[in-house]
Design a protein around this ligand. Structure first.
Ligand code: ADP
Ligand code: ADP
Length: 221
């Protein structure tokens, strides 16, 4: 469904992505690479937040640049945990994000309840985000990504800063979301993806060095 063709991107002469081509299929794909490998750059390009210098991202054969808002509606994205609105309640944050995603006003209340239920935050929706644990904040960001039920979900370092129990919980949650969806999880830590990914892509210095099932690839990382 999502295809990247020969993506190149440099920042003032520094080559961050050097001809990346890949096909994302339904299920979980793990994008595994050390810091500086180009993961964030790649995610910014495939969420249409950054233009590549050359190459193309196609969704069902159509360049995403030409799809505009229609592409954004198909996409849910969890950026790294920062800039969460501490003084908002969870409900206010999700309602606000739903409005930004242009979910019809009459559907927002129900959509907030549905997504909070998916991430098991229903009971805490009316608490301040500032009082949430790291794991709760991460689950709230995941709920935000699932608003409007997009087919494509992208998670950037989804377990960063979480304690071991919360990590396991977030990984299980990501795996459960992969039913009938295409999920990309970018991480520099193997345990994030080894038990949930159907396919793993190794990225190093802006190039894909290998891809395949996790059991074959993880030893090479
Ligand atoms: P990762 O997410 O895997 O850590 P990034 O995509 O953030 O990798 O970075 C890839 C490379 O590009 C790194 O060498 C990084 O320092 C560089 N880079 C990323 N963003 C910028 C930027 N805005 N300006 C200059 N260099 C950047
Ligand atoms: P990550 O590894 O998650 O991408 P970074 O610390 O590499 O985190 O990047 C954080 C932000 O800084 C990103 O917006 C990235 O584009 C930018 N950035 C990364 N490296 C550089 C760099 N060398 N020069 C300027 N901006 C950079």
């Amino acid at each position: 469904m999502l295809k990247l063709c020969e993506i190149r991107k440099s920042y003032r002469g520094h080559l961050a992505l050097d001809g990346v081509s890949l096909l994302l299929q339904p299920g979980v794909t793990g994008l595994l690479g050390p810091n500086g490998a180009g993961k964030s750059t790649l995610m910014n390009i495939l969420t249409d937040n950054l233009l590549p210098d050359s190459g193309e991202v196609l969704f069902d054969g159509i360049p995403i640049r030409r799809m505009g808002k229609a592409y954004r509606r198909l996409l849910g994205f969890t950026p790294q945990q920062q800039g969460l609105y501490d003084d908002f309640t969870g409900r206010r944050f999700l309602s606000y994000m739903a409005a930004l995603k242009e979910i019809p006003r009459k559907d927002i209340g129900g959509e907030v309840e549905r997504t909070a239920g998916l991430v098991n935050l229903s009971a805490e929706l009316d608490q301040r985000i500032g009082a949430y644990s790291g794991g709760m904040k991460q689950r709230l960001l995941i709920a935000q990504a699932v608003l409007g039920d997009p087919r494509l979900l992208i998670f950037d370092e989804p377990t960063a800063g979480l304690d071991p129990r919360e990590r396991v919980r977030v990984r299980q949650l990501l795996a459960s979301l992969a039913q009938e969806r295409t999920v990309l999880v970018a991480t520099h830590v193997v345990p994030d993806i080894e038990s949930i990914a159907d396919n793993v892509i190794l990225l190093k210095s802006g190039r894909i060095t290998a891809s395949g099932p996790p059991e074959e690839l993880i030893g090479r990382y």
